[in-house]
Ligand binder design. Structure first.
Ligand code: TLP
Length: 356
């Protein structure tokens, strides 16, 4: 039985070209700045993002942490969305390790934060208050239906930040998905930010690796923060080699994942007992809800997994599916058949039970 794993795009395995590149990578000690494969990747990534410099990190979480700790001192404040990955899914690292206070403001369903909400969260000059130092945005926005944030919106937050003397960080774990969905060059999404991260180990299918991009000065500081966090690694060329293939060969195909996510969502919309907002489906992440009192959320997961299908549960009756490299059209069809059988089976069982 083929396992169809839609829990995340992080489950993607390296391509044959990545495995070959890892095997033959030129290596050196990256803490001395002497790993040629890593240096090449960092230059490529900085160039693609329109920034002066870049720094390889093991994970998106360490990338965000490195950036926030580089921008802020202890006791300062960072404004983040209440559905952001930094707030929800990074183990409170910026507070626990950086002593930085997180000021949450509501994320809208499209992943944006209203400008007036950001503005209202910025602290005035008062000895009682922490100093606001940084604003963070996320693109695509994972929890907000994988929504892509537009260049116009990003620019408006960048000018707000500038007006208040604040820095702007972008968690661009899936920045290339945003660019593909919007049909824009990725630099249109990065031009106003002071720092950003993106991940190689999600839709781009590399086994490990994320990267921080920013000004030369910022990256020089971030290098020290990364070392402090234990992220100074040695022969990182084995990681960078696969990431380079990801950047060169895996970006173009992301819109396929978006197409399959849409096909999946449209199928789910036809299944009684499941509900999905098709207007929100824009990239490779979809959320749907179970609206049936005949089947428990846990049972849906169990029954699907017996059919070889893995999905994530993100709320009492909410589920997430993420399409990615390795998911083919026939897998989408198989998932839809399995979902329909599961939902129909549950109503049938209940009808029978109800007659006794
Ligand atoms: N997201 C993972 C889980 O942690 C939820 C996933 O399966 O989607 N920023 C964003 C927007 C992310 O979605 C993630 C990972 C990260 C940062 C962290 O990346 P890693 O897992 O490399 O630390």
């Amino acid at each position: 039985m083929k396992i169809i794993d839609l829990r995340s795009d992080t489950v993607t395995l390296p391509t044959p070209a990545m495995r070959a590149a890892i095997y033959s990578a030129d290596l050196g000690d990256d803490v001395y700045g002497e790993d040629p494969s890593t240096n090449r990747l960092q230059d490529m990534a900085a160039e693609q993002m329109g920034k002066e410099a870049a720094l390889l990190v093991p994970s998106g979480t360490m990338g965000n942490l490195t950036c926030v700790l580089t921008h802020c001192r202890r006791g300062e404040e960072v404004i983040v969305g209440d559905k952001s990955h930094i707030f929800l899914n990074e183990a409170g690292g910026v507070s626990a390790l950086g002593g930085i206070q997180v000021h949450t403001v509501p994320n809208q369903p499209d992943g944006t934060i209203r400008l007036e909400d950001i503005e209202a969260a910025i602290r005035g000059d008062n000895i009682h208050f922490p100093r606001t130092r940084l604003i963070c945005l996320e693109n695509t926005h994972n929890r907000c239906n994988g929504a892509p944030l537009s260049p116009e919106y990003l620019d408006s937050v960048a000018s707000l930040a500038k007006r208040h003397g604040l820095n702007l960080h972008l968690d661009g774990a899936r920045i290339f998905n945003a660019a593909a969905a919007l049909g824009v060059d990725v630099r249109e999404l990065t031009r106003g930010v002071d720092s950003l991260i993106f991940c190689f180990s999600k839709g781009l299918s590399a086994p490990i690796g994320s990267i921080v991009c920013g000004s030369r000065e910022f990256i020089a500081e971030a290098l020290r923060t990364r070392k402090m966090l234990g992220g100074g690694m040695r022969q990182t060329g084995i990681i960078a080699a696969a990431c380079t293939v990801a950047l060169e060969e895996m970006v173009e195909r992301l819109s396929e994942d978006h197409m399959y996510a849409r096909r999946l969502a449209e199928g789910i919309a036809q299944i009684p007992g499941l509900s999905i907002d098709l207007d929100q489906v824009k990239t490779n992440i979809i959320f749907f809800d179970l609206r049936s009192d005949r089947l428990a959320a846990d049972d849906l997961i169990t029954r699907l997994s017996k059919k070889g299908i893995k999905v994530s549960r993100t709320g009492p009756s909410r589920f997430r599916m993420v399409t990615h490299y390795g998911i083919e059209p026939q897998d989408i069809d198989a998932v839809l058949v399995a979902l329909r059988e599961t939902m129909e089976g549950s109503s049938h069982e209940n009808r029978i039970e109800g007659t006794y």
